[in-house]
Design a protein around this ligand. Structure first.
Ligand code: PGA
Ligand code: ZN
Length: 381
């Protein structure tokens, strides 16, 4: 039963303020922190200004007191996620989910013993800074037999990429997500990384995050001076998949182009993943399943504001053979909730970065879970 709810301000990885919730119950204290996106979908639940959210929550607080923690998501949805603000809402929902499961979120949906592959952001661009229009260049350690190996291989790859960029004098620094920023453009980055990936036996993925550079019916790649129509973008991405043996392509088209997602999925043999396209939204996924727009969906709980809504979407995905990719946001906190979520939802991937305490907290939690459940095996891809 809930005795009290405290809402606090904390800093995320961008040193911006975000919301934390401390839920006091008759069986313990549970926390939840809200991450913050930068490259957002139009279809995400809306966040509120932090001060405003905290102030306006005062009038809702009494509705939660003396209620069971399992009623929290229902109450939030009754009040309205947009009225509370998706940032306060998800922090509260995460804290309540921890309380409800007595800190065993990893068993919330199902007891699962196979770990997802960590998808690590190695080189960054797009809205996360850098010199590429493609937003994220990702490594996936598919040869790993255990979660321990998988975490280690991504880290080794990341470190070696950094060293190599430095020795070539093209390293600039790190971005919001701890990924390297280099002087290389999109093509040079892919050439360089695919060469490194061969040496280190990892597979590559990209998050194109195409919505952010789609303007007036064209995709504008400013660093490689390419302007592509939707049909040309389809050819372009298809060729990238072939040339660089990509395993994973996220948001190859802008957030309303269900049709092109479907065409690309039909002709390619990799994971075609919808992030901005789906925004973790049940109805959008329903449409995407019907149209066969992609074969995988990014799951970001803050995009829908409650764990309940998140799990509804996951269930629909699992029933329809859509792969789930549980994901962090670029502005992250040290909350490791998504690690537990990725395990209990039987996700094939967890996208949580590699470097920095906000990213490492998820990886550490996966290793901790491995001990807790007595398994280290990886899911079948
Ligand atoms: P974010 O986006 O900056 O909104 O977290 C990352 C992504 O597109 O996956
Ligand atoms: Zn994305």
């Amino acid at each position: 039963m809930i005795n009290d709810i405290k809402v606090i301000k904390i800093f995320n990885s961008r040193r911006e303020k975000t919301i934390g919730v401390i839920l006091k119950t008759n069986h313990g204290v549970y926390k939840g922190f809200a991450p913050s996106g930068k490259s957002k979908s139009k279809y995400e639940a809306k966040v509120k200004d932090i001060n405003f959210a905290i102030k306006s929550f005062r009038k809702f607080k009494k509705l939660f007191k003396n209620k069971d923690e399992s009623e929290v998501d229902n109450l939030i949805e009754e009040i309205g996620i947009n009225r509370i603000g998706a940032n306060l809402s998800i922090a509260l929902s995460i804290a309540a989910t921890r309380a409800k499961s007595r800190n065993k979120v990893y068993e919330l949906v199902e007891k699962n013993k196979s770990f997802p592959y960590p998808v690590g952001n190695v080189i960054g661009g797009g809205m996360h800074r850098g010199n590429t229009t493609i937003q994220e260049f990702l490594s996936i350690p598919t040869k790993s037999k255990t979660i321990q190996e998988a975490v280690l291989y991504n880290k080794i790859f990341y470190n070696e990429v950094g060293k190599e960029l430095k020795s070539k004098k093209v390293l600039i620094g790190k971005n919001d997500e701890g990924a390297w920023i280099s002087k290389y453009d999109d093509f040079k980055t892919l050439d360089f990384l695919s060469n490194m990936a061969n040496q280190f036996d990892v597979r590559l993925g990209i998050d194109i995050a195409a919505s952010h550079f789609y303007e007036k019916n064209n995709y504008n790649y400013k660093f490689i001076e390419l302007t592509l129509t939707s049909e040309k973008q389809l050819d372009f991405v298809y060729n990238l998949i072939k040339t660089y043996k990509l395993l994973y392509v996220e948001d190859p088209f802008y957030e309303n182009d269900f049709k092109s997602f479907s065409q690309l999925t039909k002709i390619s043999d990799c994971y075609i993943v919808g992030d901005d396209l789906y925004a973790t939204n049940y109805n959008r996924l329903k449409k995407g399943i019907k149209l066969k727009s992609g074969n995988a969906i990014v799951i970001k709980p803050d995009q829908v504001g409650t764990v309940h809504q998140t799990l509804k979407t996951v269930e629909l995905a699992n029933k329809n053979n859509f792969t789930t990719v549980v994901s962090h946001r670029s502005g992250e906190t040290t909350d490791s909730f998504i690690a537990d979520l990725s395990l209990t939802t039987k996700s094939k991937f967890i996208k949580c970065g590699i470097f920095g305490k906000e990213r490492e907290s998820k990886l550490k939690r996966l290793l901790e879970l491995s001990k807790l459940i007595g398994s280290n095996r990886m899911v079948k891809l």
